[in-house]
Design a binder for this molecule. Structure first.
Ligand code: HEM
Length: 399
C-alpha cells in the first residue's frame, strides 16, 4: 500500500536553527527518511534517490509553477521566462536549445577561459587594499563573475556592477516570495534592454568572444534570434549571483581552517579538491526543483501529477551512508560520490565548469598571495534553496 504525500513526515525550513545551521538538521532528516514533505512539496533526502530524480523522465521543470507562485504579470519578463530554457521539459526542443551552449561551455571548452579568468581574478585582487579589513562580497566575489560576463559579451568592464546588481535581483525568483515580484520584473526588463543593445553592437562588429560565438550559432540556423537573446539573458541571470556566493563560501570555509589554508598556500594544486569539498560541505544549491509530470511512485509514496518535488542536495551531501562523518570538512575526501551542487542530466547547470574554474583560481591566488589572510567577519544565511554569504570581511595581509 503506497503512502500519500500528506502522510509523509513533515519538515520545516523556517526555523532560526535551520537558517543558521541547516546541514546537521538535514543530516538528521536523511538518517530518518528518504522522502518527506515541506510546505513547498516533496523533499528527497537520499543521495541515490536525489541523483535518480534529477535524471527521471517523469519529473519535469518546476519553473512554470514558480512563476505562478510569484504571480509574474504578463509582460517582457514573463515573456522571456516562458520562452527561455527553464520552461522546457525533456525532449527535442530542450536538447536542441542546449546543444550550442553546452558545446561552448562544456568541460574542455571552458578551459579556454582559464587564462582570462586568472587575469580577471588577479586584477580584482590587485585592486584591493591589503593592510586593512575589506568587505570582499562586492569587491571580489561579485566582481569576478560579473567581469567575466562583461568579457563574454564584450561590454566595458565598468558594467560589472550593473551585471552583478541585476543578477542578484532576478535570482530572487527562487525565494518564492511574491512581495519581490515587482523588483524582479524591473530587474529583468533592465537586463533585457541591456542585452538587446549588446547583441546589436556585436552583430555589427563580431569578434572572438562568447556572444559572437552565439551570434554565429544563430547565423548558422542553430538558434533563433529569440533563443540567442534568451540565452544571453539566462547567462547573466544565472551567473553572478550563484557564483559570487559560491566564491564567498569557499573563501570562508577554507580561510577559517588555518591548517587547510596553509596547505593551499604551499600547494595551490590542491585547490580543485578543496573546492570540491566546499561544494559538498556547504553547497550554494541546497536543492533543485522538479514537478511530477504524471502520477508516480517514489520511495513507497504516491506522488500525484503536478506535485512540486525537490532534490535536497544539502541532505544528500550530509548523508552518512554516502559521505562518512559528513560533518568533518576534509579536502582529502575521495572525489566519488560526486557532489550534486550543479544538478544533472538535461537540466544540469551549463556554467558548472566555468564557475568551478573561477572558484579554483580565486582560492589558489588568495592562498598563495596571502597565507596569513584573516577573516574579520563571516556569516551565512540558508533558505531551502540556497546558501548565501551575508558577511565576508577579511584582512588580506595582517602581517
Ligand atoms: C556555483 C555557482 C552555480 C551553482 C551552484 C549553480 C547551480 C545550478 C543548478 C542546481 C541548476 C539546476 C540543475 C538541475 O535542476 O538539475 C542550474 C541551472 C543552470 N545554471 Fe547554474 N549554477 C551556478 C553557476 C552558473 C553559471 C556561472 C552559469 C552561467 C554561466 C549558470 C547557468 C545555468 C543555467 C543556464 C541553468 C539552466 C539549465 C537548464 O535549464 O538547462 N550557472 N545551476
Amino acid at each position: 500500500m503506497l503512502q500519500a504525500v500528506d502522510d509523509l513526515p513533515a519538515v520545516d525550513f523556517a526555523s532560526k536553527a535551520y537558517r543558521m545551521q541547516p546541514f546537521p538538521i538535514l543530516a538528521d532528516y536523511a538518517r530518518r527518511w528518504k522522502v518527506a514533505r515541506s510546505v513547498r512539496g516533496v523533499e528527497i533526502f537520499d543521495y541515490e534517490l536525489c541523483r535518480a530524480s534529477i535524471l527521471d523522465r517523469r519529473l519535469g521543470t518546476g519553473h512554470p509553477k514558480l512563476m505562478e507562485v510569484l504571480g509574474l504579470p504578463e509582460g517582457p519578463a514573463l515573456d522571456y521566462k516562458s520562452k527561455s530554457i527553464s520552461f522546457y521539459n525533456r525532449g527535442e526542443r530542450r536538447r536542441n536549445l542546449r546543444r550550442p551552449i553546452v558545446k561552448l561551455l562544456g568541460d574542455k571548452a571552458s578551459e579556454r577561459f582559464r587564462r582570462d579568468i586568472r587575469r580577471i581574478v588577479a586584477d580584482a585582487v590587485e585592486s584591493l587594499p591589503t593592510d586593512r579589513p575589506i568587505d570582499l562580497i562586492a569587491s571580489l566575489c561579485d566582481k569576478i563573475p560579473s567581469s567575466l560576463y562583461c568579457y563574454w559579451v564584450n561590454a566595458p568592464e565598468t558594467d560589472w556592477e550593473f551585471i552583478a546588481r541585476t543578477s542578484h535581483i532576478v535570482q530572487q525568483v527562487h525565494t518564492r516570495d511574491s512581495s519581490r515580484t515587482r523588483e524582479i520584473v524591473q530587474g529583468f526588463e533592465e537586463l533585457l534592454s541591456y542585452i538587446d543593445h549588446r547583441i546589436e553592437d556585436r552583430r555589427s562588429d563580431p569578434g572572438s568572444d562568447l556572444i559572437s560565438d552565439l551570434i554565429r550559432e544563430a547565423d548558422a540556423g542553430n538558434l533563433s534570434d529569440d533563443d540567442l537573446r534568451n540565452w544571453i539573458v539566462k547567462l547573466a541571470e544565472a551567473n553572478t549571483d550563484n557564483s559570487s556566493h559560491q566564491i564567498g563560501i569557499a573563501i570562508i570555509e577554507l580561510a577559517s581552517r588555518p591548517e587547510t589554508w596553509a596547505r593551499l598556500s604551499r600547494n595551490p594544486s590542491l585547490a580543485p579538491a578543496a573546492v570540491r569539498e566546499v561544494m559538498r560541505y556547504r553547497p550554494r544549491s541546497i536543492s533543485t526543483s522538479r514537478e511530477a509530470l504524471a502520477d508516480m511512485e517514489m520511495a513507497g509514496c504516491a506522488v500525484p501529477k503536478g506535485t512540486p518535488v525537490f532534490a535536497n542536495f544539502g541532505a544528500a551531501h550530509w548523508n552518512a551512508a554516502y559521505y562518512p562523518e559528513p560533518e568533518r570538512f576534509d579536502i582529502d575526501r575521495p572525489a566519488q560520490p560526486a557532489h550534486l551542487n550543479f544538478g544533472g542530466g538535461v537540466f544540469s547547470c551549463v556554467g558548472r565548469y566555468v564557475v568551478t574554474i573561477e572558484v579554483e583560481e580565486t582560492i589558489a591566488l588568495l592562498a598563495t598571495s596571502f597565507p596569513n589572510l584573516r577573516l574579520e567577519k563571516a556569516g551565512f544565511d540558508h533558505s531551502p534553496m540556497f546558501t548565501s554569504v551575508t558577511d565576508l570581511v577579511a584582512e588580506l595581509d595582517p602581517s
